[in-house]
Every structure is written in structure tokens, then in C-alpha cells.
Design a binder for this molecule. Structure first.
Ligand SMILES: Nc1ncnc2c1ncn2[C@@H]1O[C@H](COP(=O)(O)OP(=O)(O)OP(=O)(O)O)[C@@H](O)[C@H]1O
Length: 326
């Protein structure tokens, strides 16, 4: 299947002013400005198939926004190539914009002084969406996002959750093939987050919408994405299904055992005791050396076990490992 997004060897070089230290250095920089170059994105390649929901994640300053800005045509790459639905955003930005919906959690494309419905109407004209398509889309969007409750409210009076629902609808008015979401649930309460995630899943399922999600909220990632592209220092450091990334980066599991009474020898040859608090003992083990079942069976033969639980590593453990390791 042809990729919806194809990025090859993408580089974005920024030129920044070098600042001298202290008052003397600052004055010198002011009189004799010196420039230095940094690569915000440093040779990124990936390909996204139609209908994928991909988490594009990384620590602060990793290069996520820079990538998204190049994909949407806001920034020009220093080198490398981008194709969105077969079109280069640099060669034909207008055509690419027609294929994309973009939502920034921290900004809005709605008009502060207009009612929500009027904002949509204005955007319809800007995007040049014909009336029939607009009405068809609004019927679906209004229903899924429950916009009717506040369609006549001025945008400035909307709650953050209502505004986000409005922004999602605005991004979908022109039936885009790809939706870019930048921190779509930031600052929202649990119910509003739930509504936003449900909407994304529904659009993906019903319309085959391709979604690229940039977020620091790992619940978003876990609930929405089947694949992660992890960037750090402008490079892709992991790309694959979430489960295999977790498995690869966090080979350790934990067995927490609660004893009936104190015992002298708690050891096991294939596990490490990483913590002990009273009668509670934490064993760390690797699945490749010993399975949880084997470990439990061995320990229960020599220890009076009252209770136990196995903790599988989660996405947070994996992401912490990626950010630490690169
Ligand atoms: N306009 C700019 N001029 C100079 N350097 C920039 C500019 N924009 C970004 N950078 C640098 O490029 C690198 C990547 O920044 P970018 O904003 O893409 O990161 P990010 O992953 O989106 O971070 P965050 O999670 O904090 O939003 C950083 O080192 C940043 O300082």
C-alpha cells in the first residue's frame, strides 16, 4: 500500500546567535554577533501507511515540532524529502494543506469573537469546502463531538474541553486524509480526554483517517497508538509497534512477594532482590532467563508466601528507558 507520509533523510538546520558569557560577553555578542548552527532535525526517515495512528514522541527539544512544521509546509527543510499523499509540501503547500487537518492543543484556529458555528462557517469559506460536503461533515462531527450543546456560544466563552472539541471539528471540516495532533489533551479533565480520544478512534475506524500524534501524555499514546516513532536529538531512535518497543527496552519484570514470616535465605539464582521492606520482597528478573511461573514455583518451595504479584513493564518504563539511553 502506498504510504500517506514518506519522509527521507530530513534535516532542518537552524542558525542561532552565539551568546557570550557575563556582561562583557553579552556586549561583545551585541557588537560582533557570532552565529552557530544546530540541527533541529538531523536525518529523519519514516513512512506512514493509510489508517495508522502513530505516536511521534520524544523529550523536549527532540525535534518533534520541527518535523511537523516541515510536514505541514510551514518550514522548509534544509535537505531531504517529504511526500504527503504523494505531494511535496514545499512544491505545493496548498494541495498538501487540503489533505491535512492540524490541531495544536495550546492554540486554536477558531475565532475568539465569533460563535462556534460562525467560526466553522468562516473556516469553510477559507478552506473552500462546498456546502454539501460541509453539511455532511458537520452532521457527523456534531454528532460524535456533541457540538450542539455549545454551537451558539462565542468561542471565548467555551471551556477548554469544548474548545478542543471545536478545534477537532474545525480540523476535519474539509475531510482531510491525515490529522496531526499536537498535545490534543493537554490541560483537559478525565472526561474531556476520554471524549477526544474516542473521537480520534472513531474517525480512524470509520473514515480510515491517518493520525500523527505528538504528546507527552503517555495515556494518549497507550490508548490511541499502535506504533511509536521515538525521536531524540533530531534522530529517530525507535520505530515500531508499542509492545515490541516496551519488550526490547524493558526486559525486566518484577515479582513482589509478601511472606508470612521472616526468612533467612530469600535468594534465587536467576533473580535479583532490588528492595525489601519488612515481609515484602521485590525480585527483578528477565523473562529470557526465568519465567514468572518458574520463579514463583521455585520460591514457593522454599518460602512461606502469603501473597504475590507480577508487574509487567509499561509504556512509561519503556519511554523512560529510551530517554535515558539516547
Ligand atoms: N526557530 C528556532 N531557531 C533555533 N532553534 C530552534 C528553533 N526551533 C527549534 N529549535 C531547536 O531545535 C531543536 C528541536 O526543537 P523542537 O521544537 O522541534 O523540539 P520538540 O521535540 O518539539 O520539543 P518540545 O517537546 O519541547 O515541544 C531544539 O534544540 C530547539 O532548541
Amino acid at each position: 500500500m502506498e504510504a500517506v507520509i514518506e519522509v527521507i533523510d530530513l534535516v532542518k538546520e537552524y542558525t542561532i546567535a552565539k551568546k557570550g558569557r557575563g556582561l562583557r560577553g553579552s556586549l561583545k555578542s551585541l557588537l560582533f554577533p557570532q552565529k552557530t548552527k544546530v540541527n533541529g532535525v538531523d536525518g529523519i526517515s519514516f513512512s506512514i501507511a493509510p489508517g495508522e495512528i502513530v505516536g511521534y514522541i520524544g523529550p523536549n527539544g527532540a525535534g518533534k515540532s520541527t518535523t511537523i512544521k516541515m510536514l505541514t509546509g510551514i518550514l522548509h527543510p534544509t535537505s531531504g524529502s517529504i511526500k504527503v499523499c504523494g505531494i511535496s509540501p514545499q512544491a505545493d503547500r496548498k494541495a498538501v494543506v487540503g489533505k491535512l487537518g492540524v490541531v495544536f492543543g495550546q492554540r486554536t484556529q477558531l475565532y475568539w469573537d465569533l460563535r462556534l458555528g460562525e467560526s466553522f462557517e468562516l473556516l469553510r469559506r477559507i478552506y473552500q469546502v462546498d456546502k454539501a460536503t460541509y453539511e455532511e461533515n458537520m452532521a457527523v462531527l456534531g454528532d460524535v463531538l456533541k457540538l450542539n450543546d455549545f454551537i451558539d456560544t462565542p468561542v471565548r466563552q467555551l471551556s477548554l474541553g469544548q474548545r478542543m472539541r471545536g478545534d477537532l471539528a474545525a480540523a476535519m471540516l474539509h475531510s482531510p486524509s491525515v490529522l496531526f495532533l499536537d498535545e490534543p489533551t493537554i490541560g483537559l479533565d478525565a472526561d474531556a480526554k476520554h471524549a477526544i480520544r474516542d473521537f480520534i478512534k472513531e474517525m480512524n475506524r470509520k473514515m480510515g483517517l491517518t493520525v500523527i500524534l505528538t504528546t507527552h501524555d503517555l495515556d494518549d499514546v497507550e490508548q490511541l497508538c499502535s506504533r511509536l516513532v521515538v525521536v531524540n536529538h533530531g534522530k529517530v531512535v525507535e520505530d515500531g509497534p508499542i509492545d515490541s518497543i516496551i519488550g526490547k527496552l524493558t526486559p525486566h519484570r518484577l515479582l513482589v512477594v509478601e511472606l508470612e514470616r521472616p526468612c533467612d535465605d530469600l535468594s534465587h539464582p536467576a533473580a535479583t532482590i532490588i528492595k525489601q521492606e519488612g515481609l515484602k520482597v521485590w525480585y527483578q528478573f528477565e523473562k529470557v532467563r526465568v519465567t514468572a511461573a518458574e520463579l514463583i514455583s521455585d520460591l514457593s518451595q522454599k518460602l512461606p508466601i502469603q501473597d504475590l504479584s507480577v508487574k509487567e513493564p509499561d509504556i512509561e518504563d519503556a519511554i523512560r528507558a529510551v530517554y535515558k539511553g539516547y
